[in-house]
Design a protein. Structure first.
Length: 333
């Protein structure tokens, strides 16, 4: 591992994991038996609470379908959702570059407030720092959140034949960022999928006991997230190519750019690993919820124990999907 930070260290793949293990876990003294998840769950009688934090450096600050403020709040709410928690409070801290337009900052704050109001969450604390011109790229946002964990959600050991569901079409956030950042002259109505998923805890209340794991496929997309899960579990993941929902325009744009959409970020989708035999039932429940008509069962865990992820292709072959090694799109969130 190099002794200098590179952009690839922030992409959520192999280099990110190396950095976490070499620097943070080494010096934080983290209990090796405590899994490193998007949210930390702890008990305070009589409830379980989940706590999470995240920082946002997306470029551009405003993109088709969202902005850094909306992204920051949705990202934190979604991380709490992965823990089966209903969010209640969040914090919001800003690092702002001298000379940044206050009207633009107002738009960002307004966006954050609207998402909170819509999802019954309050921003209750925060902090603001201003740095000299040239020491930051406009504005960076940090949000932390706390939520109450549903008593019906209890992550359990993943086993062969457990099914994998994605709650909607993939790669739309990553594609939207590419289009706006590089001002690509393409006629398209593609928008970021950025949205809060916290209502899933209520909407899937009866199905939570059969959901073994929830994970939002942000940096590195669904391929990277499933590699992380497969490595941890030890079993292989088989994905079915023609079941993976993707907007035809997103697919075409990525084909033109030579980018694999399986590795592009989603900011409003959730991967659910569900108990074998309950996939169709949970999928039906999702499709009855507004906004989840494109949800699909996209694969399952196998009995093979290499911890690999592969794609069953449309032509009948198998394509290995390795963990993200190189850089895709930096500063995506």
């Amino acid at each position: 591992m190099t002794n200098k930070i590179k952009l690839v260290h922030g992409d959520g793949g192999v280099k990110t994991n190396e950095l976490i293990n070499r620097v943070f876990l080494k010096h934080y003294g983290n209990d090796e038996e405590t899994p490193l998840c998007d949210s930390f769950v702890f008990t305070t009688n009589p409830s379980k609470l989940a706590y999470t934090t995240d920082s946002f450096v997306v470029q551009p600050l405003f993109f088709r379908g969202g902005d850094i403020g909306k992204l920051a709040v949705c990202g934190t709410l979604n991380d709490l959702t992965t823990a089966g928690a209903k969010p209640i409070y969040i914090s919001a801290s800003f690092i702002i570059e001298e000379g940044f337009d206050i009207d633009v900052l107002c738009k960002i704050a307004q966006s954050m407030g609207e998402v909170c109001k819509k999802n019954g969450v309050r921003i209750v604390t925060g902090d603001t720092k201003v740095v000299e011109c040239g020491c930051a790229d406009g504005v960076f946002v940090n949000t932390s959140g706390i939520g109450i964990v549903s008593k019906k959600f209890s992550p359990s050991q993943i086993e062969p034949d457990d099914e994998i569901i994605i709650t909607g079409t993939i790669a739309e956030h990553g594609t939207a960022i590419l289009l706006d950042r590089y001002d690509l002259a393409m006629e398209t109505n593609v928008l970021s999928d950025c949205c809060a998923l916290s209502h899933l805890i209520t909407d899937l209340d009866r199905e939570l006991p059969y959901i073994k794991l929830m994970k939002d496929p942000t940096r590195g997309g669904i391929a990277t997230v499933l590699n992380e899960i497969a490595t941890h579990v030890g079993n292989n993941v088989e994905l079915i190519e023609n079941r993976i929902p993707i907007n035809p325009q997103v697919k075409a744009i990525n084909n033109i750019l030579g980018i694999d959409p399986l590795y592009l970020a989603c900011e409003g989708r959730m991967i659910l690993v569900v108990k074998s035999g309950f996939g169709s039932r949970i999928l039906q429940g999702l499709k009855e919820i507004c906004g989840y008509q494109d949800a699909q069962i996209i694969g399952h865990f196998t009995k093979d124990c290499q911890g690999l992820v592969y794609l069953q292709t449309d032509i009948g072959g198998k394509r290995l999907l390795p963990n993200l090694e190189g850089q895709t799109v930096p500063r995506i969130c």
